[in-house]
Write a protein that binds this ligand. Structure first.
Ligand code: AR6
Length: 173
């Protein structure tokens, strides 16, 4: 059973009016391409300054900063696994990114949070498998935690959106 607190949209995550958006960062937390670059551009230079003070983040973990010029109050930075063919516990690390991000959001009293499709761009994780892991990890979290009211999967490309739509609402696809 999929939680009714999960929503699916196709959008640029930097435009969303939620308590927290999640960044698919790298372990330096000092910016990069893809959604990471877009979030840093939209949030402004103060975000990079705060990220510098964090001293990096291991794969599968998360760190939180303010959102600065974003509408979102917070950015949760998490580091997805680079796809290596499935031999390096990529599924476990990817699931952990979602779960750890939700814990940090809850601790910081966020009631709404939006995720990009972590690891499915530059890091090369197969999109369909990543969608299943993301949805299962978030759904598991919501089953045992009440305070987060809305979790948005914010897809940017059509393939990801279609995979999520099929898993979340199989009757309509
Ligand atoms: N809003 C929402 N989703 C987006 C946006 C956006 N504005 N832009 C891209 N995406 P990627 P990764 C989607 O490559 O695979 C960076 O250099 C995109 O379609 O951003 O985790 C970091 O610094 C894709 O589905 O992240 C790391 O070095 C998803 O975001 C590395 O890339 C993730 O693609 C992380 O690679």
């Amino acid at each position: 059973m999929i939680s009714d607190r999960i929503e699916l949209i196709k959008a640029d995550i930097t435009t969303l009016n939620v308590d927290a958006i999640v960044n698919a960062a790298n372990s330096s937390l000092l910016g990069g391409g893809g959604v990471d670059g877009a979030i840093h551009r939209a949030a402004g230079r103060m975000l990079l300054e705060e990220c510098r003070s964090l001293g990096g983040c291991p794969t599968g973990e998360a760190r939180i900063t303010k959102g600065y010029e974003l509408k979102a109050r917070y950015v949760v930075h998490t580091v997805g696994p680079v796809w290596k063919g499935g031999i390096a516990d990529e599924p476990g690390k990817l699931a952990s990114c979602y779960y750890e991000s939700l814990i940090l959001a809850e601790v910081n009293k966020c009631s709404s949070i939006a995720f990009p499709n972590i690891s499915t761009g530059i890091y090369g994780y197969p999109k369909k498998e990543a969608a299943l892991i993301a949805i299962n990890s978030v759904n598991d979290y919501l089953k045992s935690h009440d305070s987060i009211q809305k979790v948005i999967f914010c897809c940017f490309d059509c393939d990801n959106y279609e995979y999520y739509a099929r898993i979340l609402d199989p009757g309509n696809n």
